[in-house]
Design a protein. Structure first.
Length: 121
């Protein structure tokens, strides 16, 4: 996951914004999993990390957990729902799929998937 960083933003600012967006998305979806519990624990651990190496290790694990959560089918179903959506791809070609499938496919292609989630909070 690549983040475009403004010069005035620090890594801590970005992590706090990501954390806020993720917590709101998880809350909106009312999504509970062992990965969510781990993620929240790692966020708390990041705040009390003693060394840069320790903080880096927590950051790496947080990134893995974020991807595991936001790209899971269960989270997508809970977040976007299972309503059916049809889209016209061509004159005689239609795509019929659930909302969660469409948004998950779209988010996978986004450079910043967390910002994509933020649009729906």
């Amino acid at each position: 996951m690549t983040l475009n960083v403004k010069r005035s933003e620090t890594a801590k600012d970005i992590n706090m914004k990501q954390e806020t967006i993720l917590k709101k998305a998880i809350e909106k979806a009312n999504y509970k999993s062992k990965e969510v519990s781990e993620l929240l624990n790692f966020y708390r651990s990041l705040d009390i990390a003693d060394t840069a190496t320790e903080a880096s290790e927590f950051g790496y694990r947080i990134g893995l957990l974020i991807n595991t959560i936001i790209f899971s089918h269960d989270f997508a179903k809970a977040f976007w729902g299972e309503s059916r959506e049809s889209r016209q791809l061509d004159v005689n070609v239609y795509l019929d799929q659930t909302a969660w499938q469409y948004h998950l496919q779209t988010m996978v292609l986004e450079e910043e998937p967390i910002k994509y989630l933020e649009k729906f909070i």
